[in-house]
Design a protein around this ligand. Structure first.
Ligand code: CUA
Length: 190
């Protein structure tokens, strides 16, 4: 085996130092970029950790309160606000199909009866985890009309991959015509 002379050792040391500097810069830029993204999304999209927590007893969901069967689905409140209430359970959503309007804010209120579930509506930013004992709330506006799939996206057991629902996004005028004030709108024609 040939032994390296002193100048070769010195050269490889310089190469190593240069590589370390280069990567230190690259890592530094990545960190600054990630911080900038956090600042941008929190200021511009108002995306931030929840500031309040609503709890509910998962054992009594079906018996009384906001999440009894007759209160699930989409309602247009007397204040003109659209609220969707749903429950996730192993292995289905209740209701399995939702009707929401395009072009106006829709508030989701959802919880789980058993394991941790989650849902995401198609390619929209409607995406939340559902934890038993807690009410998940978020408001979003669907830009386009059309049908979207709503799969469960948290592994919740052997039936996880079969757990999904449908969301029918319909034009705002059609929705307002369907929804009497304070009444529910469902996928099943009345
Ligand atoms: Cu529910 Cu996965």
């Amino acid at each position: 085996m040939k032994s390296m002379d002193a100048s070769a050792v010195h050269r490889s040391e310089l190469v190593a130092i240069a590589a370390e500097r280069r990567w230190a810069w690259i890592v530094g830029v990545i960190i600054v970029l990630l911080l900038a993204m956090m600042v941008f999304t929190s200021l511009h999209w108002a995306a931030m950790p929840p500031s309040r927590v609503e709890t509910i007893d998962p054992r009594k969901l079906h018996i009384s309160g906001e999440f009894v069967e007759g209160n699930l689905g989409t309602t247009l409140g007397t204040d003109g606000k659209v609220v969707v209430r749903l429950i996730a359970q192993q292995y289905s959503f209740e209701p399995q199909c939702l009707v929401v309007p395009a072009g106006m804010p829709v508030t989701f209120r959802a919880t789980s009866t058993d394991a941790i579930h989650g849902f995401v509506v198609g390619t929209t930013n409607a995406n939340v985890m559902l934890v038993p004992g807690f009410i998940a709330t978020f408001t979003t506006t669907f830009k386009k009309a059309g049908e979207q799939l709503m799969p469960c996206h948290e592994y919740c057991g052997t039936g996880h991959e079969a757990m999904w629902g449908r969301v029918q996004v319909i034009p705002r005028d059609e929705f307002l015509a369907k929804a009497g004030r304070g009444e529910g709108v469902s996928c099943v024609p009345r």
